[in-house]
Design a binder for this molecule. Structure first.
Ligand code: PMM
Length: 266
C-alpha cells in the first residue's frame, strides 16, 4: 500500500493551508481528521518553502512545531518533521517524530545527516537546488536530478544513515518548471532505483495550469489525487498531500485495478 503523508503546515504563510492550523488544538484535530481519512504519517512543517517566503529562525520554527509533534506522538500518530534545520530535526525526534523530511536534502544545514544518523530516524532526501527561487535550468532534468539525489544519498550513507531508512523525493516545483515536473513524474522508475520514492505534487502551481485561471487552490486536489494514483502505479512509496481523502480514494482505484478487484470474484 502506498504511504500517505498528510500535510500539517503550522506556519502563518504556507501557500495553500497557511495560518489555519496555528492553534495547537486545531492542529491536533486536523491531524486526527487526516489520519481518519487514511494518512499513515502526518508531516508537520513550521517553515514555508514557497517562492518568496522568509526563512524562519530555528528557535521560532521549534516553538511552532514541537508542541504539535509532541501532542500527535502522544496520540500514537506517526509524525514526520518537515525541516531543513538539524536542531529542529533533533528536537522533533526527541519529541516523538519518526521521520525527518528535509527539502534541502541536507544542503541547508551541514549537520543534518549526522543528526539524523544519531537519532536513528527515517530520512526523506528531497532534490534541492537552492530553494524555490533558484533558476530552473537543466539540460536533462531527469538525469541531473537523479545524479544530484544519488550524491545526497551517498552523503547520508557516509554520515551513517542506514540505507533502508532513506527515502528520496525529486522535489516537484523546487526550481523546476511545469514541464520539468511532468518529465520527472514520467520517469519515476529512474528514482525508484535509488530507494523508496516520495512524491509531493499536492496543490502545486503546475497543476493549476490544468484548471481555469480563476480556480481556487482546493480545485487542485482532484489532479493531485490523480497524480497520487499514477505515481503509485509507477512505484512510488509515498505521496505527501493536503486532501488525504481524495488521494486515498484515487489510490484505492489503483489498488483495485492492480489486484483485479482484490480477486474477490472470478
Ligand atoms: N513540498 C513542500 C514542502 N515540503 N517535502 C517533500 N518531501 N516533498 C515536497 O514536494 C515538499 C515538501 C511545499 O509544499 P507546501 O507548502 O504545500 O507544504
Amino acid at each position: 500500500m502506498t504511504t500517505i503523508l498528510g500535510i500539517l503546515n503550522v506556519t502563518p504563510d504556507s501557500f495553500s493551508d497557511g495560518g489555519r492550523w496555528q492553534r495547537l488544538d486545531d492542529a491536533v484535530r486536523h491531524a486526527a481528521e487526516l489520519v481518519a481519512a487514511g494518512a499513515a504519517v502526518i508531516d508537520v512543517g513550521g517553515e514555508s518553502t514557497r517562492p518568496g517566503a522568509q526563512a524562519v529562525d530555528p528557535r521560532e520554527e521549534q516553538d511552532r512545531v514541537l508542541p504539535v509533534v509532541e501532542a500527535l506522538a502522544r496520540e500514537g500518530i506517526v509524525v514526520s518533521i518537515d525541516t531543513r534545520n538539524a536542531s529542529t530535526a533533533r528536537a522533533a525526534v526527541a519529541a516523538g517524530a519518526a521521520i525527518v523530511n528535509d527539502v534541502s536534502g541536507g544542503l541547508h544545514d551541514p549537520g543534518m545527516f549526522d543528526t539524523v544518523a544519531q537519532t536513528g530516524a527515517r530520512l526523506v532526501i528531497m532534490h534541492w537546488r537552492g530553494g524555490a527561487d533558484a533558476e530552473p535550468v537543466y539540460a536533462d532534468v531527469v538525469s541531473e536530478v537523479r545524479a544530484e539525489l544519488a550524491a545526497r544519498v551517498e552523503a547520508a550513507l557516509d554520515a551513517g544513515v542506514a540505507s533502508e531508512r532513506i527515502v528520496v523525493d525529486p522535489g516537484l516545483g523546487f526550481a523546476k518548471t511545469a514541464a520539468h515536473n511532468w518529465q520527472l513524474l514520467d520517469r519515476l522508475d529512474t528514482f525508484t532505483e535509488l530507494g523508496p520514492v516520495l512524491i509531493g505534487a499536492s496543490r502545486k502551481r503546475f497543476l493549476a495550469a490544468l484548471l481555469p485561471a480563476d480556480a481556487p487552490v482546493a480545485d487542485r486536489d482532484a489532479p493531485t489525487a490523480t497524480v497520487s494514483a499514477l505515481a503509485a502505479r509507477s512505484g512510488a512509496w509515498g505521496v505527501r498531500v493536503h486532501d488525504v481523502a481524495a488521494t486515498r480514494l484515487a489510490l484505492s482505484v489503483w489498488e483495485h485495478w492492480d489486484s483485479g478487484g482484490g480477486r474477490e470474484r472470478s
